[in-house]
Design a protein around this ligand. Sequence first.
Ligand SMILES: NC(=O)c1ccc[n+]([C@@H]2O[C@H](COP(=O)([O-])OP(=O)(O)OC[C@H]3O[C@@H](n4cnc5c(N)ncnc54)[C@H](OP(=O)(O)O)[C@@H]3O)[C@@H](O)[C@H]2O)c1
Length: 334
Amino acid sequence: MSKIASREIRLVSRPKGIPTANNFALAQTELEPLQDQQVLVRNLFMSVDPYMRGRMNDRKSYVPPFELGKPLEGGAVGEVIESRVREFKPGDAVTSNFGWRECFIASPKELRPVSREIQPLSVYLGALGMTGMTAWVGLNLVEIKAGDVIFISGAAGAVGNVAGQLAKLRGCHVIGSAGSAEKVQFLREECGFDIAFNYNVGPVLEQLNLAAPDGIDVYFDNVGGETLEAALAALRVNGRIIACGGISGYNEEKPRPGPSNLFSIITKRLTIKGFIVRDWLDRLGEFEKEAGDYFRAGKLKNKKTVVEGIDQAVSAFIGLFEGRNIGKMVVKLT
Ligand SMILES: NC(=O)c1ccc[n+]([C@@H]2O[C@H](COP(=O)([O-])OP(=O)(O)OC[C@H]3O[C@@H](n4cnc5c(N)ncnc54)[C@H](OP(=O)(O)O)[C@@H]3O)[C@@H](O)[C@H]2O)c1
């Protein structure tokens, strides 16, 4: 049987600061003919995510660094083209961690079946996928409840917009910050945020104080930096922080000093809870049920920014650090 042609994105040098196209290469490759107990999958959509930036450094973290000269990895949804296993048949939709490539061969345990009833399948990378689950885990971690005033940064992104929608469904008063007027409009008009502001038009603390003159109960942190400092100042006594991400520092070559007001954790008896979504996979079924029910009922939107073609994947990834996405940034591959 003949070999299968595919293209993939490889990391060829480690970025310093913001990644550039020169750190990556689009390579042509050939997959070996399928063996027993293997499945051939063609990716339909792949995800680009901020955490991938950390894996491009040669530094130990909660996931090993990407290897130079090898294809990158990440979330993807694809369809089975050929199968030599009982569990999958051609046409099945599957998710995997084999993103950044057009086709791949995997064992059945590396694939997860998903229903084609929900379309487009890119939803499994967004509201019903890893980023949606991150929003859900973060909110559960601080036991969000009706009446809480919650402030979400990076609010128009993949995690942030779902966190805001879920918090609204749970009866919270939701405030969001994002980097453009268009994003602010999206948060207010499509996601139901009570208040949203553009952090580029004035200091975050000033805008947050105007949005929440009596303070906030919960801060969902996606960005760190100045916004975390402002949230620490605005949190009420016994406030809670969901430490989800810190994208404002991902491209810094030297770690920046932390917020100047960390001492308020003590004076205001604050709780900060950090988490990594993959530690919560035993709750995946529960998340899928809750988010899936909301989605089917039209109560949870899956906003996305779609970039077409594997040759545009690097640009889409870099775009995350330039704020080019509203909702989940996905790359359509076929
Ligand atoms: N803990 C976990 O398990 C987990 C899992 C998934 C994601 N995360 C984290 O959650 C955060 C959001 O991830 P996501 O997938 O939803 O990404 P995203 O928000 O969809 O995309 C990135 C967004 O971040 C904003 N941004 C970029 N540079 C910034 C800067 N210097 N300062 C402030 N905002 C900046 C941009 O929006 P603006 O135009 O608004 O600036 C951009 O659109 C990230 O920090 C990510 O690492 C954590």
